[in-house]
Design a protein around this ligand. Structure first.
Ligand code: ATP
Ligand code: MG
Length: 906
């Protein structure tokens, strides 16, 4: 039996033998096509060739394209697991002719490969051709029909003609298009999954699982113009697509794609993890859950590897939806903790030979998936409960739909994507009020938008034709002569007129030595000086090929046509150091942590550098030290930094590092460290695709220090570091701090750290002691005070408590007095205590007794002099201090007398 790997290679080799060049799959996340969320067909990467925008590298190509059909025109998500042959992620094998061979070869070769090389029984195969279309004025594709019947051994009655929907392929509303010819396989009546559908008859394109499309041969020969009419295209192309998973199922004689060696290892791993059994039944809830999870983990592994990350919009949201859907199916296998991420190694095992990139990023992908699973897992169980009660309500309602409110709550509070709610509803024979959901969603967006400011300047500019600026000088010089070409303000681009002092705008000149923000390096600042004015450039940016010097006219005037001298600020030297240091840092991280560390982003400016990279956990203090040391040692070698323009493929072969998922042109600039000439890139220890500005030799970076290491998202770390003057400034400030501490602590600088550590330790100990001591004292006082109340003297209803108490805090004594006043309802309390030969007197009186003329303030005022002190306060509560503890008794006796006197006089 052929393995999937042999079948993939077999396809490629078959066409290689027929002079086709192998072209690697393009990333599943298209780098340069905003109209497409994910690659969904082999032709995506050749689009510009069909449009006549770029010439093909060679006239024939063969490939296996990574495809994801989860959004837009092609969305097979709902089919996954329910049928045997639709996946989210799949491989599309294809052979291509760029104005070389046409229908005859395409049909003959496909037939030869399927029946002769792979030995599929011709009687099981069916072919379809385009039936023609009246509105388009196109006849049947007689050529294709003739080729099928004359040039192959297919039974004549197995060739059918179908209309535009099935057999005419178009790239979009306008553009290249043409008829196609599909090859289907009849798997036998047992495979029909529409037996219960009235009037169903198994046939090609009848939509049941008995007839499955294997291979689609597209013959691009027309161009649909803007007005909708068709014209014959100058060139003719063949674009074919065959689903690898389907072919493997046929050749391995399996009832479903999931039973092949592309999926079974993944399902087996899931069986291990979940301890549930997989029996391969279609329509079974448990088996279905396994299929969905196996499908989705493949999709997630590839998409995240190629640069998608779960988020709330666009591509990221599609990924999040797939992951949440998989997690929900995991609940059906009783998995309540993250586990899907554990399948990543198995996916790499199955597909890593054909697509090495997934192996390279496996750790990162696992970390991202685990974090997402954990985050969603926290609300999923509760969400399922909420869903169940919403479903109950829906069952009772006559519409049998989950309300928009419920769907929105599930989305907003529990993170259920709408399609997950829909899927769960369908399982119970319910619908979802999507219109209601959309309305609530729109309201939320409206609120979000209202909270956001409009930053439309760049948007309006992107549509304008802007002049190109020649900027080659940015690498070689810090000043150059140029002419003002125009100004940019919020109204747009002006190529005439002048600006007055104070005007803030963007200046466009014909040539510049300023570096415009790109590849993480900030734009240069500096000045543009003319005979009549001086413009301060605060930032430089680029739109298409136009460089914009943003800033303010500081002096004089500036007009279109003026000659200016452009000076880049000295900051640039610092930026250069930081940029080269970033390359050294990447090299050091890969050397010390792991080869697989890859850049996720960077920010390089004059003040500091920031580098984001994939790594699953925090760096240890030792790793940070080692990285710093490695960078510093390289700086000490004073190795030269060179750059060279190279064909992309050559640069890749030499091992130059590119940014994952970034789209590069055919010629790239490679910055190399450790070799004298750009020609010897191979021997450099660091080589990166880079358009930035660098120092000539690493020695001038001076020194390097990491000042922060943190996590920015699951699996991604961020390092902030300093070099050169930035580092010197930082160290000066630090040194000042140490000096100040040294003076305050009266300790030599070398011992400051230990001294502070000891102080902190002592402080902790003391605080603890103090807390427990005062707590004890406090509770004691309260308990004692209650006892005092029980045995105190009473005159009428009034309780009289006059006592010396153990040393305590004023705060606690006051609390005790308040407590007694409340408890007794009618009372006079006088407390005295001493500590370190200091006396504190406190008195409190309830309101009813104040009316009888007893005032706390008066009492302390009169007794304080006895203990050599003074004080006073309000009638309710008063306090005094004194210096003679020996006389406390005398003072309290006096207090008792005063109180009794007042109470006994009516
Ligand atoms: P179908 O009608 O079966 O959905 P399609 O018409 O969408 O197929 P094409 O767009 O012509 O398919 O894609 C070319 C080939 O890719 C198909 O012949 C099939 O073998 C394979 N293919 C398409 N969609 C999927 C999918 N979701 N999963 C696996 N293979 C697929
Ligand atoms: Mg389809």
């Amino acid at each position: 039996m052929l393995t999937a790997k042999q079948i993939r290679t077999g396809f490629i080799d078959f066409f290689r033998d027929k002079d086709h060049d192998f072209v690697p799959s393009s990333p599943i996340v298209p780098a340069d096509d905003p109209t497409l969320l994910f690659a969904n067909a082999g032709m995506n990467q050749f689009k510009d060739i069909f449009l006549g925008l770029t010439p093909p590298k060679s006239p024939r190509a063969v490939n296996s394209q990574k495809c994801l059909r989860v959004s837009g025109k092609h969305n097979d998500l709902e089919e996954v697991g329910k049928d045997t042959y639709h996946h989210t992620f799949f491989e599309m094998l294809g052979n291509w002719s760029f104005d070389d061979y046409f229908k005859a070869e395409a049909i003959e070769w496909a037939w030869q490969l399927l029946t002769e090389v792979w030995g599929i029984d011709p009687d099981k195969l069916w072919a379809s051709v385009f039936a023609g279309d009246k509105a388009d004025g196109l006849p049947e594709d007689a050529e294709a029909r003739r080729l099928w019947t004359k040039a192959t051994s297919i039974p004549a009655e197995h060739v059918g003609a179908f209309g535009k929907k099935d057999n005419f392929w178009e790239m979009g509303e306008a553009g290249p298009c043409g008829p196609c010819s599909e090859i289907h396989i009849d798997l036998g009546p047992d495979h029909c999954d529409k037996k219960n559908v009235p009037h169903h008859k198994c046939a090609v394109n009848a939509g049941c699982a008995r007839f499955i499309e294997l291979w689609n041969l597209v013959f691009i020969q027309y161009n649909r113009t803007e007005d909708g009419s068709l014209v014959e295209l100058g060139a003719r192309y063949v674009d074919t697509g065959a689903g690898l998973e389907r072919i493997v199922a046929v050749l391995q004689d399996k009832p479903s794609n999931y039973d092949t060696d592309l999926f079974m290892p993944v399902i087996a791993a899931a069986v291990q993890l979940t301890q549930h059994k997989y029996a391969g039944r279609i329509g079974d809830t448990t088996d279905n859950a396994f299929r969905v999870i196996a499908d989705h983990i493949r999709a997630l592994t590839f998409a995240i590897t190629d640069g998608a990350t779960p988020s709330n919009e666009g591509r990221g949201y599609v990924i999040r939806r797939i992951l949440r859907r998989a997690a929900r199916f995991g609940r059906q296998l009783d998995m309540h903790e993250p586990f899907i991420y554990k399948l990543v190694p198995t996916v790499c095992h199955c597909l890593g030979d054909a697509f090495g990139e997934i192996r390279q990023r496996a750790d990162y992908v696992s970390t991202v998936i685990e974090a997402e699973e954990a985050a969603f897992g926290r609300t999923l169980d509760r969400g399922i409960e909420i869903f169940e009660s919403a479903a109950k309500r829906a069952k009772k309602s006559h519409l049998k739909t989950i309300s928009g409110d419920d769907a929105f709550q599930l989305y907003d509070t529990f993170g259920f994507p709408l399609d997950l709610t829909q899927l769960m509803a369908v399982e119970r024979g319910l619908g979802v009020d999507t219109a209601g959901f959309d309305k609530l969603m729109a309201q939320q967006r409206q609120r979000a938008r209202a909270a956001q400011k409009d930053t439309s300047l760049v948007m309006t500019l992107a549509d304008t034709e802007l002049p190109a600026t020649e900027d080659l000088h940015k690498y070689t010089t810090d000043s150059c002569e140029a002419k003002v070409v125009g100004f940019i303000d919020p109204q747009g681009f002006k190529d005439t007129g002048r600006i007055e002092p104070g005007t803030e705008c963007g200046v466009v000149i014909d040539r510049t030595c300023f570096y415009a923000e790109a590849g993480g390096q900030v734009g240069d600042c500096g000045t543009l000086r003319s005979e009549s004015g001086e413009f301060i450039v605060a930032d430089t940016t680029k739109i298409v090929n136009c460089i914009i010097h943003k800033g303010k006219l500081a002096k004089g005037t500036l007009a279109v046509g003026d000659s200016v001298q452009a000076f880049v600020s000295k900051d640039r030297q610092a930026t250069r150091k930081n940029h080269t240091a970033t390359h050294l840092l990447q090299w050091a991280l890969q050397t010390i942590l792991d080869k697989s560390v890859s850049q996720q982003g960077s920010l390089v400016g004059p003040d500091y550098l920031r580098f984001d990279f994939t790594y699953p956990k925090a760096l240890t203090a030792e790793q940070i030290k080692d990285v710093e040391k490695a960078v510093r040692e390289k700086i000490a070698t004073d190795a030269p930094v060179t750059s060279a323009l190279l064909p992309r493929e050559k640069a890749e072969k030499l091992g130059a590092m590119a940014l994952f998922g970034e789209k590069y042109g055919d010629e790239v600039r490679v910055v190399a460290i450790g070799t004298d000439s750009g020609e010897q890139v191979a021997s450099a220890f660091s080589k990166e695709f880079c358009g930035g500005t660098h120092v000539d030799r690493v020695g001038s970076i001076g020194s390097f220090k990491i000042i922060k290491e943190e996590s920015i998202s699951a699996g991604v770390r961020r390092i902030t570091a300093l070099t050169g003057a930035g580092l010197t400034g930082y160290l000066e400030k630090r040194s000042e701090i140490v000096d100040r501490l040294s003076v305050t602590l009266k300790t030599p600088a070398e011992e400051v750290a230990e001294r502070v550590a000891k102080l902190v330790k002592d402080n902790k100990k003391l605080t603890k002691q103090l807390k427990s001591a005062s707590k004890l004292a406090g509770t004691d006082l309260m308990a004692d005070a209650k006892k005092l109340l029980d045995k105190c003297e009473k005159i009428g209803a009034a309780s009289i408590i006059v006592e010396q108490i153990p040393a305590t805090s004023v705060e606690q004594a006051r609390q005790a007095i308040d407590m007694l006043k409340k408890k007794a309802k009618s009372a006079v309390v006088v407390f005295a205590f001493s500590e370190d030969s200091k006396v504190t007197l406190l008195a409190g009186v309830t309101d009813d007794l104040i009316k009888k003329g007893i005032k706390a303030g008066d009492i302390v005022k009169q007794i304080a002099p006895i203990v050599d002190g003074g004080g006073g306060g309000r009638p309710q509560m008063a306090q005094a201090g004194g210096k003679n503890p020996e006389k406390i008794d005398e003072a309290l006796t006096k207090a008792s007398e005063l109180i009794k006197q007042k109470l006994s006089t009516p």
